[in-house]
Write a protein that binds this ligand. Structure first.
Ligand SMILES: Nc1ncnc2c1ncn2[C@@H]1O[C@H](COP(=O)(O)OP(=O)(O)O)[C@@H](O)[C@H]1O
Ligand SMILES: [Mg+2]
Length: 444
């Protein structure tokens, strides 16, 4: 059958009106909302054929009955209708700032276990735990990709900037009500109840990344930062009350509700992530060039960094750049001389940060100041160091190669662990400026 559909010509005016009625000021705005090309929208509005999946999706957001306005004969109707029901599942998704994980190795056991927990055992609350850089975010995205067909809705959000729980609740409720519920008057508890109602009536997969941002840290591990206790209530209710959805949380620390409610036969569970093994690490390294070393030498490096993919990516670029990929030499010069075993990603960040050029450091600072992803054009405006603007593209490429920055749909940003590290550097720099009364240049 044909895989495309068009709007019946008689319905075109009504369809155009629906764009305005639903609050889209332009075709571009609608295209952006749906993540479709503008010409797809334009073809749709002008009665030209477009892919039926896009057709159904556009009708959905415009609250139009696609079967009514589509120009198709009845023989094809059923076929398309079944497909569109499958599509409705797939396409109610909002991935927010979820990073792209096209490069991903190993973790097959973890993925199988999580799928078992969520799809078969119907867990309601699952935490992915582990140190910074170990791969929690990447795994959460991969998992969501793998099991999304089981769900009516998929939403992925980062708590990196510690949004108040109200904001997250409103965001989730809006999405799950297809933007119908926008009344924000309720108390936190009221909003949690509303959310749970949606989680009962549909099967939703919610992913909240970087939950450590709302936790206190230190010796009071698992407790909430002041003003963020509402998240505790959210987790408790999601874990205790019956519903057919699942919240996947990633965090460096285990929130106390999870510790209280979890169990191997209960619907609340947590998975502690360990490092990657040597085979997966080798695959990661190949993206940085070729490396020489015996099996034992590879193992020394992998173990030194506890299989932490972020640390290993940063190390890989350094080994390639300084030593031309020579692993035994790297062990001899850097790992052997009485160094304590890697236990904090900051060690490696210190070393790497010190090796950056002044203009690269300046970019790192601006990405930390901005916090949200920024485009290269915006960075161009921020940068003041002379000569740095011309080098911007080359510097961005170099920082990306070193795994210090990431590029997503919304622009460039720092890896979460790197963001925290840079925020500390920034605080040091500003305190220094206050102490000396003079701005220090963009290097430490
Ligand atoms: N299984 C994997 N295969 C390849 N790269 C990975 C894998 N897991 C993580 N990474 C990479 O390692 C870096 C750190 O992973 P991330 O998921 O951000 O860690 P965390 O969220 O635990 O801080 C990222 O650049 C990510 O793409
Ligand atoms: Mg992360």
């Amino acid at each position: 059958m044909s895989r495309s559909l068009r709007v019946t010509s008689g319905f075109i005016p009504q369809v155009k009106l629906a764009v305005m009625r639903n609050g889209f000021p332009s075709q571009q705005a609608l295209a952006e909302e749906l993540g479709l090309a503008r010409f797809t929208i334009s073809n749709f509005l002008n009665g030209k054929p477009i892919d039926y999946l896009n057709f159904v999706e556009i009708c959905h957001i415009l609250r139009l009955d696609w079967q009514e306005i589509a120009d198709l004969d009845n023989s094809r109707l059923n076929e398309v209708s079944t497909k569109s029901r499958q599509l409705a599942h797939l396409h109610q998704e909002d991935l927010g700032e979820a990073p792209n994980v096209s490069v991903f190795y190993g973790r097959t056991e973890e993925l199988a276990k999580l799928e078992q927990w969520i799809v078969i055992d119907r867990c309601r609350l699952v935490a992915l735990l582990g140190m910074g850089g170990i791969g929690k975010t990447a795994l959460s995205v991969k998992l969501a990709e793998q099991i999304q067909n089981e769900f009516d809705y998929l939403i992925w959000r980062s708590l990196r900037n510690a949004p108040p729980v109200e904001n997250i609740l409103v965001d989730l409720i809006k999405f799950l009500s297809n933007q119908q519920e926008t009344d924000l008057q309720d108390t936190v508890n009221g909003k949690v109840s509303r959310l749970i109602n949606y989680l009962r009536s549909s099967r939703c997969l919610l992913v909240l990344d970087n939950a450590e941002s709302i936790l206190r840290g230190g010796d009071r591990a698992g407790q909430y930062r002041e003003g963020y206790e509402g998240y505790g209530e959210l987790l408790r209710q999601l874990g205790e009350l019956p519903h057919q959805s699942c919240l996947v949380l990633t965090s460096r620390e285990k929130p106390k509700e999870i510790a209280l409610l979890e169990g191997q036969t209960r619907p609340v569970r947590s998975l502690q992530l360990n490092g990657l093994d040597a085979t997966d690490v080798k695959s990661i390294f190949t993206e940085y060039g070729s490396f020489s070393g015996s099996e034992d030498e590879w193992r020394v490096v992998v173990e030194y960094y506890a299989g932490n993919p972020l640390a290993l990516k940063i190390a890989a670029s350094a080994i390639q750049e300084i030593l031309n990929g020579n692993i035994p030499e790297f062990i001899e010069i850097y790992l052997k001389p009485g160094k304590v075993l890697f236990d904090d990603i900051r060690d490696i960040l210190d070393e790497q940060f010190n090796r950056l050029s002044a203009s690269e450091k300046e970019i790192m600072y601006w990405l930390a100041i901005n916090r949200e992803p920024v485009s290269d054009l915006k960075l161009q405006e921020d940068i003041v160091l002379s000569g740095a603007q011309q080098k911007l593209i080359a510097d961005l490429a170099s920082l990306k190669r070193r795994s210090l920055i990431e590029r997503g749909e919304a622009g460039f940003t720092l890896q979460n662990v790197v963001m925290e590290y840079m925020t500390d550097q920034l605080i040091k720099k500003v305190s220094e400026e206050i102490r000396t009364g003079a701005p220090t240049p963009y290097k430490m």
